[in-house]
Design a protein around this ligand. Structure first.
Ligand code: OGA
Ligand code: MN
Length: 219
């Protein structure tokens, strides 16, 4: 199969993903993403890191945005469809969006995603991706890009129980091909300190949060 037509993930994995989201609020797929796509995205991110094209990530939106190295230490760049690899990834997430809307009536209307580069020592403390009440991020996704991640590389994402944020229920290694997906409002998660440079793409399916004629604020 040619590079252009090879799917970014196996459609046969989708029913399992949907069931896991319904039953436990999160899904982890090992080897879920196409290896060659991960390779291309990884190279693109590493090149951005080298030419300092990444921005230090902050927390909070709009006026509340602030840099907090004690909370998160990654540097990011939003996907902008510039490369074929980015377009393939976003295309695949569009397919996932259609599937989630069909199976779960989630009304997802938009997807945003950024590359994230965690230098050695960086982490992201336990958090939720969306706050109840101001909810517009509905489903979070994370795709991992690091080839041959060693057992002692650190940088795992730990997932905690929605009804007990102290109880860890799963851990995903940032190995290329691994993919995680969870309910943004309910599932606490954290990136453990990484020992090696760590590459991922974090993304969010959103619902339109306009209220009383106010448009959704810029990110
Ligand atoms: C995030 C996040 C997890 C990861 O960016 O909100 O939780 O494993 N990322 O990169
Ligand atoms: Mn998060």
């Amino acid at each position: 199969m040619s590079l252009l037509t090879r799917p970014a993930f196996a459609a046969s994995a989708l029913p399992q993903l949907v069931d896991a989201l319904v039953e436990q609020g999160w899904f982890i797929g090992e080897g879920f993403l196409d290896a060659e796509l991960c390779h291309d995205l990884h190279r693109e991110l590493m090149e951005m890191a080298e030419r300092e094209a990444l921005a230090v990530a902050g927390i909070g939106r709009g006026d509340e945005h602030q840099l907090r190295r004690d909370i998160r230490g990654d540097a990011i760049r939003w996907l902008d469809r510039e490369s074929l690899a980015q377009r393939r990834y976003l295309e695949a997430m569009g397919e996932l969006q259609r599937e989630l809307n069909q199976a779960l009536y989630l009304g997802l209307f938009e997807y945003e995603a950024h590359f994230a580069h965690y230098p050695p020592g960086a982490f992201y403390k336990k958090h939720l991706d969306s706050f109840r009440g101001r909810a517009n991020r509905v489903v979070s996704t994370v795709g991992y890009l690091n080839p041959d991640w060693p057992a002692d590389g650190g940088g795992e994402m730990a997932i905690f129980a929605a009804d007990d944020p102290e109880r860890e229920v799963a851990r995903v290694r940032p190995e290329a091909g691994n993919f995680a997906c969870f309910l943004s409002e309910n599932v606490p998660h954290e990136v453990l300190p990484t020992r090696l440079p760590r590459a991922s793409i974090a993304g969010w399916f959103r619902r339109n949060a306009s209220l009383g004629g106010l448009v959704d604020p810029a990110r």
